[in-house]
Write a protein that binds this ligand. Sequence first.
Ligand code: SAH
Ligand code: SF4
Length: 416
Amino acid sequence: MTTMAPHTDAASAAPFVEKTPLERYVAPEKPSLVGVTRAQLAALLGAVGVPEAQRKMRVQQLWHWIYFRGFTEFDQMTSLSKELRATLAENFTLARPEVVAEQISVDGTRKWLLRLPGEVQDKGIGERPHEVECVYIPDTERGTLCVSSQVGCTLTCSFCHTGTQRFVRNLTADEIVGQVMVARDRLGDWPGGTRPSDGVIPTGDRCVTNVVMMGMGEPLYNLDAVRDALLIVADGEGLTISKRRITLSTSGVVPNIERAGAEIGCMLAVSLHAVRDELRNELVPLNRKYPIAQLLEACRNYPGVSNAKRITFEYVMLKGINDSIEDAKSLVRLLKGIPAKINLIPFNPWPGSKYECSDWEQIEKFSQVVFDAGYASPVRTPRGRDILAACGQLKSATEKLSARERMALRAMAMTD
Ligand code: SAH
Ligand code: SF4
């Protein structure tokens, strides 16, 4: 049963409590080769009888077909013998997560609801699938894919819709890579592919140019899978999205920040949102475990950090909560000496949220202080608000329970 950190007035004094997972991963009967590392692929080929001397070459060939060409059938892979193609088809698939819904915003943002293997068993309620959302944000010259790392989130940030959802499970590396594959499939973003005729598509030769781990979940609580997946996404012979165009956003899992830098080497974004521990304890309860000073120390030591590779600090603008000019001044003082960018994010409301977005005038004043301190301070324009695809609005249908179901769950929680 889900256990959640209480959000009471005394919450900042309360210990930090994480939600526990509801379900474990249930592997599909036939594994997909999408999202396995090169070493794992070689081992899987060995298991179906490919002689060791051939494995390296076969891995190269498969890698090209899977990630460069985007093929979904082994039969299309003409450099492999018919026999090997048949063996592969017998034992594996090239499946991606199943798209169960697609929504396109008036601004061209696309949101896909993806169904993953496994079912949540809620006593008395029945089964519901594991689902996550993945969002594509096109611009004139770039297309950013916002990827999820968990079904739900163990954390309970008070302004985030995902935080209200139960934590179901971590995604596997293939499910994370699978989101990039699905997006490229849907956008015809493979050599010779046909682009959609509706919506906004960037002008260059690629639709997905950037990846941000800013969907559902806390990527640093699923670091091994996120690492394996991002190294596949960045691989120069496959999906080739450079590490400078991949950003991992964390709410501040301090012990894993260094590992992320050393093992992945992508860009880092930190969800700061408050300049005082007292307030951050409320907004980002993980702060009770890893307070601001520890978090900023980890940022100072992030492997590879430099003026050319700055850390992005995200700051959600909450009316009357964290948006004063004093806060802006403290923010720039706090970040002194850290190669940083500051991203001010207008709060995206969701049904039942208890905050309001700061007034535009206040955001401009706040941003002026940040700008005067020498930071370019772009205010991130909310995208896809009409389809609840903007930051912090993601919440999969797994969680869309009826009032009756919710009551039943609460009743069970009390009797457990
Ligand atoms: N768990 C990670 C990554 C996913 S959230 C993290 O917290 O960093 C991606 C970003 O959206 C984070 O900066 C998060 O704080 C922000 N966010 C969450 N809810 C939001 C909301 N309702 N409006 C605006 N930004 C939000
Ligand atoms: Fe989880 Fe990030 Fe939402 Fe916090 S902001 S609840 S860490 S997804």
